[in-house]
Design a protein around this ligand. Structure first.
Ligand code: SF4
Length: 285
């Protein structure tokens, strides 16, 4: 079986930057104890490595409830956080290591700027995703979140008001475009700000090509990874023989019975060692 590995499989620039900042952190020099706010990326293999370094995960509630001195350093992940986290860290004298991807920072700033200029914010994103929540908070909270067509149909805003439409960076670009077109028809003053990231665009375009050219497509990523799920959905729509796995243990021989060519891609949070492991297993099938 011919196996083709996508040129874009694995860490994007933002995740690479965040991982390198955390993996390269000098623990002896950092103010202790060091915590990370949630998972660095939505990938267990990556998060286990970080825990082994002595960095514990902390959730928002525990972070906000902690007293001064209980947390020495807090790491903000590539998905970013709302302004309340920065304010609480300052108040409790906690050092911040901010690995927010610069592209996510840009969306946060746009949300804040447009809200200040009197726009209602519409955010195309996964409702419960940390990045979506953070962007909404920078925009003052209360953004209308659109995750699917039902959300879109149910949107009712002041027809005379100003509307800014932003995207979580990993959203499906076709869906985002459709949302923008729909809203422009329905409302008079709509500013569409295409904030999906280039890394997402490249991956989504390439996976369409792979799904057309190869008999089988394998997407490697965590079930919680928004961008990995998008890749899977896009490929599956084109090629029914598309499969989503988190690691090599989930490979099933039956998927490749009689298959002569398979393409492998991976979400932006999937580390290279997991991809290599899957490729090595595939070669044995
Ligand atoms: S997918 Fe794009 S926005 Fe998200 S972390 Fe990677 S580079 Fe940044």
């Amino acid at each position: 079986m011919k196996i083709h590995l996508s040129q874009f499989a694995g860490f994007c620039g933002g995740v690479r930057r965040a991982y390198d900042m955390v993996a390269g952190l000098d623990m002896a020099a950092a103010r202790q104890p060091v915590f990370i706010l949630g998972s660095l990326v939505h990938n267990d293999a990556v998060n286990e490595r970080i825990e082994k370094k002595g960095i514990s995960r902390i959730d928002r509630e525990t972070f906000f409830a902690a007293s001064a001195g209980e947390i020495g350093t807090i790491i903000i992940t590539a998905h970013g956080s709302g302004p309340d986290v920065y304010a609480a860290a300052k108040e409790k004298n906690i050092d911040i290591i901010d690995t927010t991807c610069p592209k996510v920072l840009k969306v946060q700033r746009l949300a804040r700027a447009y809200k200040k200029r009197g726009y209602a914010i519409i955010l195309v994103g996964d409702r419960d995703h940390k990045e979506t929540r953070g962007i909404d908070e920078w925009g003052g909270g209360g953004a209308a979140i659109i995750s699917n067509d039902d959300d879109l149909k149910n949107i009712h805003l002041d027809r005379s008001g100003k509307i800014a439409v932003l995207a979580q960076t990993t959203q499906n670009e076709d869906f985002f475009r459709r949302v923008g077109e729909y809203l422009k028809k329905k409302y008079s003053d709509v500013k569409v700000l295409p904030t999906t990231c280039g890394a997402t665009h490249e991956r989504q375009e390439e996976v369409k090509r792979l799904a057309n050219e190869f008999e089988t497509v394998l997407v490697i990523g965590s079930p919680e990874s928004a961008n990995s799920n998008r890749l899977y959905e896009i490929a599956k729509e084109i090629n029914a023989k598309t499969y989503f796995i988190e690691n090599a243990d989930q490979l099933e021989d039956v998927w490749f019975k009689g298959v002569k060519s398979a393409a492998v891609t991976a979400g932006a949070s999937t580390p290279e060692w997991v991809i290599e492991d899957v490729i090595n297993h595939l070669r044995l099938i």
